[in-house]
Design a protein around this ligand. Structure first.
Ligand code: BTN
Length: 334
């Protein structure tokens, strides 16, 4: 009911709706409408009530409530079930638990704060309260195991597109092309070749048997509204938030719904037509060809250049002598 009521308010913002009209629309009593309005107010929604005119939504709280996300959602399955936590050790762990219990594809676990956020390669992921998007999406891909690393690449495209979409929609003074992917799964804000900072990380985890994928958990952390002092000292030179880079706060709910919509489309394209349908989209959004990078090859840090990706999604690393090497997993330093 909260979701439906919000959806109705959002269709005509700043409009008054009488209790009678709402009760007719939702086939319930005016007391039920009043009770739902009270519940929303307790959650931080500012709703004005004027005699003879009705209710009007004045403002929404900066929270990732499921009904708030779902009121704006345009997807068929991604995010249709949402489990919300104000504080949790890790949405990733919770999503594994739900997936093992049979949760449907598209179920989303989202939190305001993580106390034990997990990054790639066993690193911690700093997830302070109410500032970022910390979420894990349950997927049940009908794909062979070796195809799964490409889901990370598909996700990175969807994240870049969602961020760029919001930048354009709200005319943020940050050019959309500054949002770029670093292989395989980091999203950066690149202000100039010397000033580039990570704004989002993706952690894809798979539960599979030798011949069967049971499920996959797509963990996404986006730094949205942190201020510089919200980052630990050791991260400040390499991490940023969208608000810090654009100079204005962002609406996290709109970013989540923009991501889910774009991801659903791209993931379906990927499952139906394979990675070749996504490859060029990924390359257009990646760091430019020729960007100097460093990679670990047999425990040695080697300097070279980024030379694109293969049809399988592997990194093409250019050695200084011109030789090309395929890198299938690992970390890239820029
Ligand atoms: C990386 O190392 O870049 C990946 C970071 C992934 C962080 C996200 S936040 C939501 C989900 N829950 C976690 O504990 N980790 C992922």
């Amino acid at each position: 009911m909260k979701k439906e009521l919000l959806q109705y308010f959002y269709q005509e913002p700043s409009q008054f709706f009488s209790g009678e009209k709402l009760s007719r629309r939702f086939h319930c009593t005016r007391a039920t409408i009043w009770k739902t309005i009270e519940e929303l107010r307790k959650e931080g929604y500012q709703i004005e009530a004027v005699p003879n005119r009705g209710y009007r939504l004045l403002s929404t709280p900066d929270r990732l409530y499921p009904h708030e996300i779902q009121a704006r959602l345009t997807t068929a399955w991604a995010g249709r079930h949402i489990q919300y936590h104000s504080r949790i050790p890790s949405t990733q762990l919770k999503a594994h638990e739900l997936a093992k219990g049979g949760a449907e594809e598209g179920t989303l676990v989202i939190a305001e704060e993580q106390t034990g956020g997990k990054g790639r390669l066993g690193r911690p992921w700093h997830s302070p309260e109410g500032t970022g998007i910390w979420m894990s999406l349950i997927l049940r891909p009908k794909l062979p195991l070796e195809q799964l690393p490409r889901i990370t690449l598909v996700t990175a495209v969807a994240i870049v597109d969602a961020i760029r979409h919001e930048l354009r929609r709200h005319a943020h003074p940050l050019p959309p092309e500054t949002i770029r992917i670093k292989w395989p799964n980091d999203v950066y804000v690149v202000l100039n070749p010397k000033e580039r900072k990570k704004v989002c990380g993706i952690l894809t985890e798979v539960n599979a048997e030798i011949d069967r994928v049971n499920y996959c958990i797509l963990g996404i952390g986006i730094n949205v509204n942190q201020k510089a002092q919200d980052f630990p000292e050791e991260l400040r030179h390499k991490a940023t938030s969208l608000a810090l880079s654009s100079g204005a706060p962002w609406n996290r709910v709109k970013l989540v719904t923009a991501f889910l919509a774009r991801f659903e489309t791209l993931y379906e394209t990927f499952q139906q037509h394979g990675f070749q349908a996504i490859k060029s989209l990924w390359e257009e959004r990646a760091f430019p060809i020729g960007t100097p990078i460093q990679v670990h090859i047999q425990d040695q840090l080697v300097s070279g250049t980024y030379q694109g990706i293969t049809e399988q999604g592997a990194l093409l690393f250019g050695h200084p002598n011109g030789q090309l090497e395929m890198i299938h997993s690992g970390d890239v330093l820029v």
